[in-house]
Design a protein around this ligand. Structure first.
Ligand SMILES: [Mn+2]
Length: 390
């Protein structure tokens, strides 16, 4: 007997989603319940649902518990990070901001609202709890008021996670961290190369800003490294009144691949994603995604340092992300520029959470996660990839 409603279009996404859910196991959920009952004690006698424990120990209730990302286990011993498919890494750094600060609270804000999410996505038919292992390694020890020392800490920490084989997901932090994160990846690429797909309203390509390597500067320094060629830097959504001219000059000189929001809308989302994929993967071995939350229209993401009207709609950005993640070899992602002190109702942090969860789901759908073996682009031995800077 068919369970399909006569009012449902027969080949709708919704209909397929209903079917996909049937295939998902409940093993991870059962383990979580068992652990909750063991560690958190069985519930009071008046509670009819005997999967509930006395102390909240898992997903439920969503408003309770200790806020790691999606309540993933907090991995205190980072030496063990290679035992997980995915590692969440907080980078609470805002010394690279040139206007509104506050992104040092980005990791906390994203973790807090991530408690709202279940591990299951309807349309994609993915249940992260059942399909991958996720940990939260906490935050990098950044040094306030010193970008360069913070960059060294970030590169060392992210390189450790990257080399372990766990897929790194970075919670920023301002966009200055784009340089040390990519440097971390490059340290363990040997002679392999990485393409960068950069979602942003801002070019972020100038050498210095206010005499330092600020959040307007990551791609100048990242694309100085031989493992991260400028010809494989794709910049999606750039435009408006906040793009410094020195950065534009560098984009021109290095021939980075830029699409404005109008370009993306006129060519269509599929063609725009294809353009990004083609340019970022041409001669490279993997792709780093740098997602500045301000690529989305300022009306949806008020909690950011340099909000700019006229950006992508959330569903446009999420569609581009879907197509790109599912069709490239992604080696890591950072979501930057979430500034909770300027946020309203956690909506900017929620958008960041959505980008991260969608990325994990697309990696599952495309077979990149769980990792059965360490990706071949990871080179065990660390190499020097950039010049001292002062
Ligand atoms: Mn930006």
């Amino acid at each position: 007997m068919s369970e399909q409603s006569p009012f449902q279009p027969p080949d709708s996404e919704a209909q397929r989603a209903l079917e996909k859910e049937r295939q998902l196991p409940l093993t991870g959920w059962q383990q979580e319940v068992d652990k909750g009952l063991e560690y958190g004690l069985e519930a009071a006698e008046s509670i009819n649902d005997r999967t509930i424990s006395t102390f909240s120990r898992g997903e439920l209730p969503h408003y309770a518990g200790i806020n790691t990302f999606m309540k993933a286990p907090y991995l205190e011993d980072v030496n063990q990070v290679g035992n997980y498919d995915v590692a969440i890494v907080g980078v609470p750094h805002d010394s690279g901001t040139t206007y509104r600060p506050g992104t040092r609270f980005g990791p906390q804000g994203i973790r807090r609202i991530s408690a709202l999410y279940t591990p299951y996505n309807f349309e994609l038919g993915v249940d992260l709890r059942e399909q991958i292992t996720l940990c939260d390694v906490g935050d990098i020890f950044t040094i306030p008021a010193n970008n360069e020392k913070s960059f060294d800490q970030i590169s060392k920490g992210v390189a450790h996670v990257f080399k372990s084989g766990a897929f790194p997901i970075i919670l920023g932090g301002d966009h200055s961290i784009g340089f040390p994160t990519v440097r971390a990846v490059c340290r363990h690429l040997g002679d392999k190369k990485v393409g960068i797909i950069h979602f942003d309203r801002h070019a972020d390509t100038q050498e210095t800003d206010l005499d330092e390597r600020m959040h307007t500067c990551p791609w100048f320094h990242a694309t100085n490294m031989a493992n991260a060629p400028a010809k494989n830097l794709v910049q999606m959504g750039i435009g408006g009144w906040q793009v410094p001219r020195p950065g534009v000059k560098v984009c021109r000189e290095r021939a980075t691949n830029i699409l404005t929001v109008t370009d993306i809308c006129e060519m269509g989302l599929d063609a725009a994603a294809d353009f990004a994929i083609e340019r970022a993967t041409d001669g490279t071995d993997c792709v780093w995604i740098s997602f500045d939350i301000d690529c989305i229209d300022a009306g949806f993401v008020p909690g950011t340092g340099w909000p700019e009207p006229g950006g992508l709609l959330p569903r446009e950005a999420l569609y581009l992300l879907k197509k790109i993640v599912q069709n490239t070899t992604v080696c890591g992602i950072e979501v930057v520029e979430v500034s909770p002190p300027y946020d309203v109702s956690d909506m900017t942090s929620l958008m960041a959470t959505r980008v991260i969860c969608d990325t994990m789901a697309h990696l599952v759908v495309s077979g990149q996660l769980p990792r059965r073996e360490k990706p071949t682009y990871i080179h065990e031995e660390a190499q020097v990839v950039d010049q001292p800077w002062s």
